[in-house]
Design a protein around this ligand. Structure first.
Ligand code: ADP
Ligand code: MG
Length: 699
């Protein structure tokens, strides 16, 4: 239930004076529907006004002038500005309007009268001028605010109108009990919540708009804390949800013995963490993070075998047909040798095949039952029923929406408890971001790669040197190497991109004198798959592709990766693409071609690509990408469900986020039901930010 103290903040914005039927939709668009949303509307700028005189007015600053109106010059021709000349003791000030009505302005500024005018000073041909002064008044200078926050105005609602509404909202805002730890707050030197929102809307200069301003830091911390608490809550809800007890058994041992390699220490450790969760009787929610090629699949396969060993069913869902098929082709026989029957479910099954597979998944334990379903989105369709699904594994989890993962999990039998969830991701993100994106999940990391990897030599070259690249490729292909050639989607239209890829394939066919396959997103699935399969089996030496190969495909013999327009990609994506090579015993190389006709590349872009040349560590690359892009949304996380913070910036405020995560953990451990005084205040905080309504990347 919402604490009563918050009622004024959760009132509709329409309850404020000045928010009528015309203004309300505008307020909703800019801020949100509630009084709270106006209180939380951060100024985007600040205007600092200084009293000035004509002779000493400084260009670019906002001045307040006390002037006597001298003369109005109507526009000399249509489109020309209207000017009013005014003067003070030191000289002239010209006030300029484009499209103003002479009658109106004449009334506003009668000749010989004294007025205060304010606006941004420009010097034009040596004259002081103010274009569209924002204040023209008879008031005294002292009545004009010297500092004024600027709000994100919209058509029909100016910054100044918004400021009035924000002030009205602030007047309605109550004092709230302190939810931050007293000692921490004191150490930080932050204001109380009420003082912080007041300060937010009363900046005294640019410095107060900085993310490092005490009021902004406090609000950012509040927001992180509320979010981390919401995530902890979900974690806790999961941890007390009963789930099937899964333990390793004969099938697991047989699978382990059948694997053509020994698990690395990192894999063994991750598996142990997963097994601890699976055996706990409470629902697992774990993210297995590991760079491309780190061997996540084997770990997942063992968890699948564990489920089967314990008499349950499991599902492995992958985002693309190719990937699902590859998993099935690799794991199917291994699982079968361990007595675990797997079926592949994709959108391409014929009706008959599909019916048979669905029956096998819905069967009671016995010879007719399939234990493992491997598949794409086809897995969570309504017709799919499991007899006893207990574990869902999601590969490349960011490719799925929240709802899609939940639909798969919902296929469990409630009598068996909640379905365990293991998600896998090869998108390296810095630890701080991991907290915001996956805060409710436990995380296992594969930091070490399987042995036998050959380092990938990376070169960064201008597209102009494509001839040399092709020549080198020719001799490599002649000695049996296989190569990917990536033509990304870069143009506005897919048709143009496609044409570029087709043309490149033709070029290469001619230059290399070998067969060159082409795979792109517009192809029918079956056709694309056939091409990929030919490449995987070594029948095609070269594969030209748009980014369809990006996701998890494994062709160990491929040792060359050429990426055109590398400068248009995010580093993380380039890193993923490069991860397609260096998987076998051959020395591998990756060639990043940048630029188009002009071939120019900015310094930052060079530095970015150079990062890839220097390191193959996905986490280092992710951190570097952040640094170079200076915040923002470097990995496209917002699209993948990154939380929309109002105040907090996970990059600028990263230390605050870490502290808030610790704080949340502590609170949930000490006072899970929030019954202490601080707990009560925390309830207010949680409600204030209302993360329940938000979705984070992993829920
Ligand atoms: P990813 O983490 O990108 O999903 P994969 O699971 O596809 O990586 O593994 C990449 C390659 O490494 C596969 O060919 C797999 O067979 C191999 N591999 C996995 N674990 C090991 C290991 N412990 N030793 C040697 N090779 C391994
Ligand atoms: Mg994988």
């Amino acid at each position: 239930m919402r604490p009563q103290i918050l009622f004024p903040l959760f009132a509709e914005a329409s309850s404020l004076k000045g928010v009528g039927p015309r203004v309300l939709p505008l307020v909703q668009r800019v801020a949100g529907p509630l009084v709270r949303d106006l209180v939380f509307l951060s100024p985007s700028g600040v205007i600092v006004r200084r009293p000035m005189q004509a002779a000493s007015a400084t260009d670019g600053d906002v001045g307040i002038f006390e002037v006597v109106i001298d003369r109005l010059f109507p526009p000399g021709r249509p489109g020309a500005p209207l000017k009013v000349r005014a003067s003070d003791a030191t000289g002239f000030v010209h006030l300029v309007w484009f499209g103003g009505s002479p009658q109106h302005i004449d009334r506003l500024l009668p000749r010989g009268e004294t007025r205060l005018v304010s606006g941004k000073v420009e010097r034009f041909n040596g004259e002081v001028q103010i274009v569209h002064p924002d204040i023209v008044t008879v008031e005294k200078a002292a009545d004009i605010p010297s500092c004024e926050p600027v709000y994100p105005a919209t058509q029909g609602l100016t910054s100044r109108q918004l400021r009035k509404l924000v002030q009205a909202a602030l007047a309605a805002a109550p004092d709230l009990p302190e939810w931050q730890d007293a000692a921490w707050l004191k150490k930080q030197g932050w204001p109380a919540w009420r003082a912080a929102v007041d300060a937010l809307h009363a900046p005294t200069g640019e410095i107060d708009l900085s993310p490092d301003a005490p009021a902004r830091q406090r609000l950012a911390y509040d927001e992180f804390l509320a979010h981390q608490l919401a995530l902890s809550r979900r974690r806790r809800a999961r941890q007390i949800a009963p789930a099937a007890v899964i333990t390793p058994g004969a099938a697991s041992d047989q699978l382990l013995a059948a694997l053509p390699f020994q698990l690395t220490d990192a894999q063994a450790q991750a598996l142990a963490e997963i097994r601890r969760d699976l055996a706990s009787g409470q629902q697992m929610g774990r993210l297995l993070q590991g760079d491309v090629g780190s061997g996540k699949t084997a770990v997942a396969a063992l968890a699948l075998a564990d489920a089967a060993s314990s008499g349950f069913q499991a599902a492995l869902m992958a985002p693309t047909e190719i990937l699902a098929r590859q998993h099935f082709e690799k794991l199917g026989p291994l699982l079968a040798s361990a007595g675990v029957r797997a079926v592949l479910l994709t959108g391409r099954d014929t009706n008959g095949q599909r019916r048979e597979k669905l029956a096998a998944l819905a069967s009671a334990p016995g010879p007719g039952q399939a234990h493992v379903a491997i598949g794409t989105h086809a897995l969570f369709q309504d017709a799919v029923r499991f007899d006893r699904l207990a574990l869902a594994v999601i590969d490349e989890q960011h490719r799925f929406g929240v709802g899609e993962r939940q639909r798969l999990q919902a296929k469990g039998d409630p009598r068996l408890g909640a379905v365990h969830l293991l998600t896998m991701s090869a998108t390296p993100i810095p630890r701080t971001l991991e907290l915001t994106q996956y805060g409710e999940l436990e995380v296992s990391r594969l930091m070490e790669k399987p042995p036998g990897r050959t380092p990938v030599t990376t070169a960064v070259l201008p597209l102009a040197r494509i001839g040399e690249v092709a020549a080198r490729l020719k001799s490599a292909v002649e000695s049996g190497a296989q190569a990917y050639w990536i033509c990304p989607l870069v143009a506005e239209s897919e048709a143009v991109d496609l044409a570029a890829a087709v043309e490149r394939a033709d070029d290469l066919r001619r230059l290399l004198g070998v067969e060159v396959g082409l795979a792109h997103g517009q192809m029918p699935g079956a056709e694309r798959e056939a091409v990929m399969a030919d490449f995987a089996d070594g029948r095609l030496p070269v594969l030209v592709a748009t980014t369809v190969v990006e996701v998890g495909v494994d062709v160990p013999n491929a040792s060359i990766m050429v990426i055109e327009h590398a400068d248009r990609f995010g580093l993380a994506q380039l890193h993923q693409l490069r991860g397609r090579v260096g998987r076998g015993s051959k020395a591998s190389s990756c060639i990043l071609l940048y630029g188009g006709q002009d071939g120019a590349l900015g310094e930052t872009a060079k530095e970015r690509l150079d990062t890839l040349r220097r390191t193959e560590d996905g986490f280092v690359i992710a951190e570097e990408d952040f640094r170079l892009r200076g915040g923002g949304d470097p990995l496209g996380l917002k699209q993948s469900g990154f939380p929309a913070y109002r105040f907090a910036d996970p990059i600028r405020h990263r230390t605050l986020m870490l502290a808030a995560a610790d704080d949340a953990r502590l609170i949930m451990n000490r006072d899970p039901d929030l019954t202490t005084d601080r707990g009560q205040a925390i309830q207010v905080l949680e409600e204030l930010f209302d993360w329940k309504g938000h979705k984070s990347g992993s829920d």
